[in-house]
Design a binder for this molecule. Structure first.
Ligand code: PMP
Length: 415
């Protein structure tokens, strides 16, 4: 995602289905609007929000909160509702304590900070450690909001490259750091949109070489094949390291907007200077605490999604496609001469995926078994059209029915 940070808008909201509120905002600004020169001409973050039967484009957890979770959240919100005349706990101490307990690794409330999604966490980090005259280095393709928040905070963004397999060799990372001496280094692991994870050794080497802050964005950490390979293990040895996480993915709480970080207490002191007073509403804090108290339910979906992810990787490879190794809840696959045509053909079949990453590649989020089967059916049909693949094998039941009727016996389905 180099170039314009948010990248090109992939298909219009009107491409198929109904667009949801917000995506119909005008895309170009009128000339009378005195916007900052450095923002003019840039494209806003714009994953299309389209109402279609199968939405696999924004790496959400497809499993909605369980009835028990809904009840706990409702109860928590009801309790807080009668106190909404007052500002919330400005420092969200109870929630941060719960998050520290969830993270483990000996972390305490003084090392954990929370905000409205990890996007806001990242923004606060840029506000405190980036800004005018400062630089941030990331290795792309990676999460498109990193350069976009750099832009919004006046931080110069330097786009380093990943290796051909979307990994990051330490030598390569270190030479970019030596060349640019950035104030912030961004590492995303598992990386969006590639799904590839970094080893703690790479993170440790970057920490040792970087002159400034090192941010490891671990939004998808829970989906990693080896969850012990987290940057949290490096924290005790690197005071300028920050590990960001979110409740949007594994906790299935994207709508609640809760992100958090683990870092040295001095980092939190710096963030107090840039956060807005009372930034995290009492409702958000209550919802997040209720969800954390019942964490085992949403976290159980992570194991199922990992399986769906691995099956998906295997299936895509079996179709002769290139697939990046994935430690996340999505898979990057390609390569297509005209990826937009594939994206559109899938959308026409009711399946929304994401046109992002290097040209020729597409990203699909791991969904429920039914959603994965709809995706496989749709992509199988599209590949028949564009590559002339053999039509997919007929469903087993149909094959058995055909064989049974050839034998003149009762069909499977009618028993
Ligand atoms: N980091 C990465 C790598 C992401 O992919 C995302 C969301 N797509 C975020 C951070 C932000 O997530 P949220 O603001 O919902 O916590």
């Amino acid at each position: 995602m180099s170039g314009s940070p948010a990248g090109p808008a992939a298909g219009g909201p009107g491409a198929a289905g109904n667009s949801r509120a917000g995506s119909s905002l005008p895309s170009s600004l009128p000339s009378w609007l005195p916007i900052r020169e450095d923002l003019a001409g840039h494209t806003a973050y714009g994953a299309p929000q389209i109402d279609v039967p199968v939405r696999l484009n924004t790496n959400e957890n497809p499993y909605p909160p369980s009835p028990a979770m809904v009840q706990a959240i409702t109860q928590a919100v009801a309790e807080v509702a009668g106190t909404l005349n007052r500002y919330p706990d400005r420092d969200a101490v109870a929630l941060r304590g719960d998050l520290a307990t969830y993270l483990g690794h000996g972390l305490g409330v003084g090392q954990v900070w929370a905000a409205n999604g990890s996007n806001e966490i990242i923004q606060q980090l840029f506000q405190a450690f980036g800004g005018q005259g400062r630089t941030a280095l990331g290795f792309e393709p990676s999460y498109s909001m990193h350069p976009l928040i750099a832009l919004a905070t006046g931080t110069r963004w330097i786009s380093g490259a990943r290796d051909a397999d979307f990994g990051l060799e330490p030598d390569h990372a270190l030479s970019a750091i030596r060349a640019h001496a950035p104030d912030l280094v961004f590492l995303t692991s598992p990386n969006n949109p590639t799904g590839t994870a970094l080893s703690p050794e790479v993170i440790e080497a970057v920490c040792a070489a970087a002159p400034g802050m090192v941010i490891v964005d671990e939004a998808y950490a829970e989906f990693a094949r080896d969850t012990s390979a987290t940057a949290l293990t490096v924290l005790p040895r690197c005071r300028r390291l920050v590990v960001t996480r979110t409740m949007s993915k594994a906790f299935a709480l994207a709508g609640a907007r809760v992100g958090y970080l683990a870092a040295d207490p001095a980092v939190l002191q710096a963030l107090l200077l840039v956060r807005l007073p009372y930034h995290l509403s009492a409702v958000t804090q209550a919802v997040a605490r209720a969800a954390l108290a019942l964490a085992s339910a949403p976290l159980a979906t992570v194991a199922a999604l990992r399986e769906q992810r691995d099956d998906l990787v295997g299936w895509l490879r079996s179709r002769g496609l290139r697939v990046a190794d994935s430690d996340a809840n999505f898979v990057l696959f390609g390569e297509f001469g005209d990826r937009h045509a594939i994206w559109q053909a899938l959308l026409d079949r009711g399946v929304l995926i994401r046109e992002t990453g290097p040209s020729g590649w597409l990203r699909v989020t791991a969904g429920t078994p039914a959603e994965m089967s709809a995706f496989r059916d749709a992509l199988g049909a599209v590949l028949v059209l564009v590559r002339g693949d053999a039509p997919p094998d007929p469903p087993i039941a149909a094959t058995r029915r055909a064989a049974a009727s050839r034998r003149g016996s009762t069909s499977e389905a009618s028993r």
